[in-house]
Design a protein around this ligand. Structure first.
Ligand code: KIV
Ligand code: ZN
Length: 514
């Protein structure tokens, strides 16, 4: 690392990432992700947008109060109430950062803000000064910078640095830039803004054209010192620059970029799994670095080459990104210690109590399935960690009758505290539809299913079923997950998981309104 320039990694999974359609997280989940980001070694965690909602405010406040290591950042529009609210959430952090943004492109000035260029400069300066009266680390983003006239961009940047901004973030808000374009924007700022040496230039690229990583790297080549990115590249629309890809590009090609980061790359795969399991946003199989196929060699010629010399077809070692050597099989004679070991290698850190719950489910599974693979263990662990919220409603028992070309019949009993309630449904277009109807009748929570996926957790037709779903209730989207040897039971558990999230969310709303 000796002569390499250190690039700061600014993670915005909890802010821009959370804006992914269907990617929202509850408070506890945000804390888990913040902890994982600390362990990953990011330089800055953008914890949220405090003015946006009481939930966002609380998340930023708690992360700022309890997490040490990275700078903790809160987003604010360029207005006093936003900036004051951001500071209110951040003030207990030992290293707070306020991130102020204001759009600068002609399209945004004219149609969204209805402000003249002079008014934009004045408002930006005023906002940065107010933020700088609270703390030292101030980031300013000229929103839609990639489509802003370069002369005007230089003028705004110079003015906000004079006002106290020490990080200037250049967003490609709509994912419009190409690498040469982005490189030129950064180069122009480096060459033309007289006080640019008093700030770090950052880059924030969206992925609408699939170029977010390439654009971020082009910015680095031209002098940017910070990259804003998210785990698995989640974010608005097509997402943001993917943290794992941009980090591994610089690590693998230090010969070219002469740059590196402080990221503990062996935490990449576990962090990716965590974010995917919490948000329900699955990682595509062929995604670079963290996809299931990223290190799988299928072609005979490749396998032969790999056996002779790994580097013939592999530019990174799977273990360097936290991928453990594949599929050591466990079975019914494996003990708690072996399971504990395996979960650690897979990147999970479980409390003794959590391990005990996973172990009991593992034993259950081992009675029914001879060989237990990593995928089975990961599903059990994730289900224990994130599949079970406060269990307002739980499954007591069910019976399901299916007959070719007949409506299914389902009889379902749910527990609610000390009470049990049963319904029988002789309708529905299949067992899942019938389960939705039955659960709706008992709980009074009628979900509208928007997405339903059933996968096996590993190899073999005896593998457990892993159901993830997305459902709407009163205009809000909720996720659910269930894992079981029986695919109807897994579906029922996933529906109940979503119902329990609805109940938890309405409880949070009630507390906030009191
Ligand atoms: O994409 C964008 O412009 C943003 C800013 C708030 C930095 O997310
Ligand atoms: Zn963004």
């Amino acid at each position: 690392m000796a002569n390499n320039r250190l690039i700061k990694i600014f993670d915005t999974t909890l802010r821009d990432g959370e804006q992914s359609p269907g990617g929202s997280m509850n408070h506890q989940e945000k804390m888990e992700i913040a902890q994982a980001l600390v362990e990953l070694g990011v330089d800055v965690i953008e914890a949220g947008f405090p003015i946006a909602s009481p939930d966002d405010f609380e998340a930023v406040r708690e992360i700022a109060t309890n997490f040490r290591g990275p700078e903790i950042c809160g987003l604010a529009r360029c207005s006093n109430i936003d900036i004051d609210r951001a500071w209110e959430a951040l003030k207990h952090s030992s290293s707070p950062r306020i991130h102020v943004f204001l759009a600068t492109s002609a399209i945004h000035r004219e149609f969204k803000l209805k402000m003249t260029p002079d008014e934009i400069v004045a408002r930006a300066v005023e906002g940065v000064k107010r933020a700088a009266s609270y703390c030292d680390s101030i980031e300013f983003s000229p929103e839609d910078a990639a489509r802003t006239e370069l002369d005007f961009l230089c003028r705004v940047v110079e003015a906000v640095i004079d006002a106290g901004a020490n990080t200037i973030n250049i967003p490609d808000t709509v994912g419009y830039a190409t690498p040469a374009h982005m490189g030129n924007v950064i180069k122009t700022l480096m060459n033309r803004v007289p006080n640019i040496d008093r700030a770090i230039i950052s880059v924030h690229c969206h992925n609408d054209l699939g170029l977010a990583v390439a654009n971020s790297l082009a910015a680095v080549e031209n002098g940017a010192g910070q990259i804003e990115c998210t785990i698995n590249g989640i974010g608005e629309r097509a997402g943001n620059c993917s943290l794992e890809e941009v980090v591994m590009a610089m690590r693998t090609r230090t010969d070219f970029y002469h740059c590196d980061t402080k990221i503990q790359t062996t935490r990449l795969v576990p962090t990716s799994r965590l974010v995917s399991s919490i948000t329900g946003l699955q990682v595509q199989r062929n995604k670079a670095i963290v996809g299931r196929n990223a290190f799988a060699h299928e072609a005979g010629i490749h396998q032969d080459g790999m056996l002779k010399e790994r580097t013939t077809y592999e530019i990174m070692r799977p273990e360097d990104v936290g991928l453990t050597k594949t599929d050591l099989v466990l079975g019914k004679h494996s003990g708690r210690a072996a399971l504990g070991d395996r979960t650690k290698q897979l990147g999970y850190s479980l409390s003794g109590e959590q391990l005990q719950v996973v172990f009991e489910q593992f034993k259950d599974l081992a009675d029914r399935k001879k060989e237990i693979f990593d995928g089975d263990i990961a599903a059990l662990v994730e289900n224990v960690l994130h599949g079970t919220t406060e269990n307002e409603w739980s499954l007591d028992t069910f019976r399901c009758e299916l007959q070719y070309q007949n409506k299914p019949k389902i009889s379902l009993t749910l527990s609610h505290g000390d009470n049990k309630e049963t319904v029988e449904i002789c309708d529905g277009d299949g067992p899942v539809d019938a389960a939705f109807i039955a659960i709706g009748q008992i709980t009074g929570i009628h979900l509208l299913c928007k997405e339903f996926q059933l996968r096996s957790t590993s190899l073999g037709h005896d593998a457990p079923a892993d159901v993830t779903l997305e459902a709407e209730f009163e205009g809000q989207t909720f996720r659910g997950r269930g894992v079981s040897m029986d695919c109807v039971e897994a579906s029922i558990m996933a529906i109940l998981n979503a119902v329990n999230r609805v109940v938890a969310a309405s409880r949070v709303k009630q507390t906030a309104s009191h």
